[in-house]
Design a protein around this ligand. Structure first.
Ligand code: NIG
Ligand code: FE
Length: 415
């Protein structure tokens, strides 16, 4: 007698499971062999994956009231986007136009724009409006296949506004699919330009303890960069975060190489993100530790940079790389994971299958959810993307259109 399931996905021409290889995130050559079945099926029960196998195997063992016929379709794990700033309220297309005409991101920031401009706009926007923006952005990400997403604060830059951003991010959560990060140290706000130490004290002595006490975030992040927060300041903030039970993520080595990857490893950060300018010593340090290297090639692209993170050297060295959109109104205005795959292939030199593994299984480890999401395997959350293309290579190759025909989230068909 076949077992009852809630939903079956059958006849997938390719089922990218991301379930093969050794424990943990995939490194080196394993990244290009994450696991793939042909003419495959999945049985889903109670929001979880019950079984994975050939279509014949699944149809003999399971019956279900609903079936998705994935004939001619590649099926992938739901995407995990482990680095976004998607609660921002208002956009910055004015700065985009200036950049089109040749101004750089740094010049705009130095003149008072950039993150500080977003912060002014954020504080001038109502809660309802910010919530509507964040919901719409998260919904679009889901419709493009992103089932799990990390969201940072960082446009409030005062206690009440930072708490508001994290509360709004929490309201988007549909059962553990939003991971929150406190990024009060995103920039020194206008009121503290002449006394940055006072702002750092505010972050350490008031913001971090309140965020932690209210359970509003799992991680604390710092934008460690020339002209933003120094290594010494980053250490101070991370010490306060740890004392309050928060884990660490860091924006490092984005615009100038400042030994940020080495610092992230020393601080036992869960992830070190950006890494366009990572040093040889940074690569060596990251190759032998659990810190995930989250690469954000959409940002290099959107800032018109010639420099992308040295992904091939990092993979060869044994670093665990993941991908993220960095969705934010300044340096990467896109929540689309499929565009990111294309940019990762072209800009970082990843094979399509490597990019997919980096945006699913490995990305899950960047938010400590590697045993929960990012794979199509028994026991994992039933998050998957049924594409309208017959093989996974077509996904980054045919770019600029949405290939997510059906998105399954917690076992429910959402799109
Ligand atoms: O990841 N690097 C710092 N933060 C964002 C940019 C934020 C903004 O410009 O609004 C980033 O690139
Ligand atoms: Fe970022």
């Amino acid at each position: 007698m076949p077992t009852h399931a809630d939903l079956l996905v059958l006849n997938a021409s390719e089922l990218v499971t991301c379930a093969d290889g050794p424990e943990g995130p995939l490194r080196g050559d394993d990244l290009r062999a994450p696991g793939m079945l042909e003419n495959a099926g999945v049985a889903i029960t109670d929001g979880r994956i019950a079984a994975v196998g050939t279509t014949e195997d699944i149809t003999t063992r399971y019956t279900a009231p609903r079936t998705i016929d994935a004939q001619g379709c590649a099926v992938l794990p739901g995407f995990v986007d482990p680095h976004t700033h998607l609660v921002f309220g208002r956009t910055r297309e004015d700065e985009f136009e200036l950049r089109c005409l040749g101004k750089t991101y740094e010049e705009i920031a130095a003149a008072g724009g950039g993150i500080r401009a977003s912060s002014r706009r954020f504080r001038a926007t109502s809660r309802a409006e910010i919530l509507a923006q964040a919901r719409a952005t998260r919904r679009r990400a889901l419709l493009h296949g992103t089932t799990t997403i990390e969201i940072k604060s960082g446009y409030g830059l005062d206690l009440a506004s930072e708490l508001l951003a994290l509360e709004i991010a929490g309201e988007l959560d549909d059962n553990g699919d939003i991971v929150r990060t406190f990024l009060g140290a995103h920039e020194v706000p206008d009121a503290y330009r002449d006394d940055r130490d006072a702002y750092i004290r505010l972050v350490c002595d008031e913001m971090i303890p309140t965020v932690a006490a209210r359970g509003l975030a799992r991680y604390c992040d710092v934008f460690c960069e020339e002209h933003v927060f120094t290594q010494a300041e980053t250490r101070t903030i991370c010490r306060a975060a740890r004392e309050n039970g928060l884990e660490i993520k860091l924006h490092v080595d984005e615009l100038a190489g400042t030994g940020g990857a080495e610092l992230a490893v020393e601080l036992r950060a869960t992830s070190a993100d950006h890494l366009m300018q990572i040093s040889a010593a940074g690569i060596a340090a990251m190759a032998t530790c659990d810190t995930i290297a989250v690469l954000l090639p959409g940002t290099s692209f959107f800032l018109g940079m010639q420099t992308f993170a040295p992904a091939r050297r990092m993979i060869e060295a044994g670093c665990a790389i993941a991908l993220a959109t960095d969705c934010n109104p300044g340096s990467s205005m896109s929540e689309n994971p499929q565009t990111l795959l294309t940019i990762a292939c072209i800009g970082l030199g990843l094979r399509p299958i490597e990019a997919i593994a980096a945006l699913t299984r490995n990305a899950a480890y960047a938010v400590d959810l590697g045993t929960e999401v990012g794979r199509i395997a028994p026991g994992y959350r039933a998050d998957l993307v049924v594409t309208d293309v017959a093989n996974h290579r077509l996904l980054p190759y045919h770019h600029g259109v949405n290939h997510a025909a059906t998105v399954v989230h917690h076992g429910r068909i959402v799109a």
